[in-house]
Design a protein around this ligand. Structure first.
Ligand code: NAP
Length: 246
């Protein structure tokens, strides 16, 4: 029986793990960082918690006799992705990166930036009420904007201090329909939306901001080097079958 480790934490990773779990001759282990208290998990074996950096990850792969790995973490989870790329390269364990296709501008346009700090630099004097839709990591990059007001949306009440001066935290779990997003942007008088290009189906917040003429700043996805990347679950499953045949 071959053993597959899926690094997860996204809805697509759960779906991939569900499909992998049905494959005969394969044992699937799904790994989560443990960020949320009520995570969505597949029916296969699940492990929760960091590995202890690259050395811990290497030990884990070795101890658990992992034959191959799919990194299906969020495209902005760059620490774990860089760790798994390095460890798999050193141990010759086959690795696939699954990533949702990034959003491309169409009728909805935005200003692209390549980092959180670049996004902070792009905020201008007329951007007074900002929907900072980037999760709760790296909010400190925006803390110098003490004269601005920020809306932060999270799926669970954050346990960390928010490093901003004027803000409100809104706890709610998507998906959100367009009506909800339009009402949200209007009621909070938002005049700038900052978000990450997470890929997949474009969220309704983009359409809502576009319809209301609200400026959008998009933090673009980091690129991954030295790893085979696929953009859909079917190709990830095909890769698993290829690995089972080798
Ligand atoms: P990160 O910065 O790349 O990782 C931070 C640390 O969390 C890693 O060094 C690792 O700890 C641990 N970790 C991350 N993913 C893990 C996994 N799947 N299994 C076990 N340990 C994991 O990641 P992050 O941005 O904090 O994201 C954490 C998790 O949330 C990821 O699984 C990701 O898929 C999910 N997520 C992230 C975002 C986002 O925008 N970043 C959005 C939605 C979901 P050790 O070094 O101790 O191994």
């Amino acid at each position: 029986m071959k053993r597959l480790l899926i690094l997860g934490g996204t809805a697509d990773a759960v779906e991939l793990a569900k499909q992998a779990h049905k494959i005969q001759g394969l044992k699937t282990i799904y790994s989560l960082a443990g960020r949320t208290q009520t995570p969505n998990t597949p029916k296969c074996d699940v492990r929760i918690g960091g590995f202890g950096g690259a050395p811990g990850l290497r030990t884990y792969l070795n101890k658990n006799a992992i034959d191959f790995v799919i990194d299906a973490t969020h495209p902005f989870a760059t620490i774990i992705t860089n760790n798994i790329i390095n460890v798999c390269a050193k141990t010759n364990i086959p690795l696939l990166k699954y990533c949702r296709k990034k959003w491309i501008p169409g009728d909805i346009s935005w200003t692209s930036v390549n980092s959180y700090s670049e996004a902070a630099q792009e905020i201008c004097v007329t951007d007074t009420r900002i929907f900072l839709s980037i999760g709760t990591k790296l909010l400190d990059q925006f803390s110098s904007h003490s004269e601005k007001w920020f809306l932060i949306r999270t799926i669970e009440k954050p346990d960390l201090q928010i490093p901003l001066k004027n803000y409100e935290v809104l706890v709610e779990r998507g998906p959100f329909d367009i009506k909800h997003e339009i009402e949200l942007l209007i009621s909070y008088q938002i005049n700038l939306l900052i978000c990450k290009n997470s890929g997949g189906n474009p969220p309704t917040k983009l359409r809502a901001a576009h319809n209301l003429g609200i400026k959008i700043l998009m933090i673009e996805q980091p690129t991954f080097c030295n790893v085979n990347v696929v953009y859909d679950i079917a190709n990830s499953v095909a890769w698993i079958y290829d690995e089972l045949r080798t």
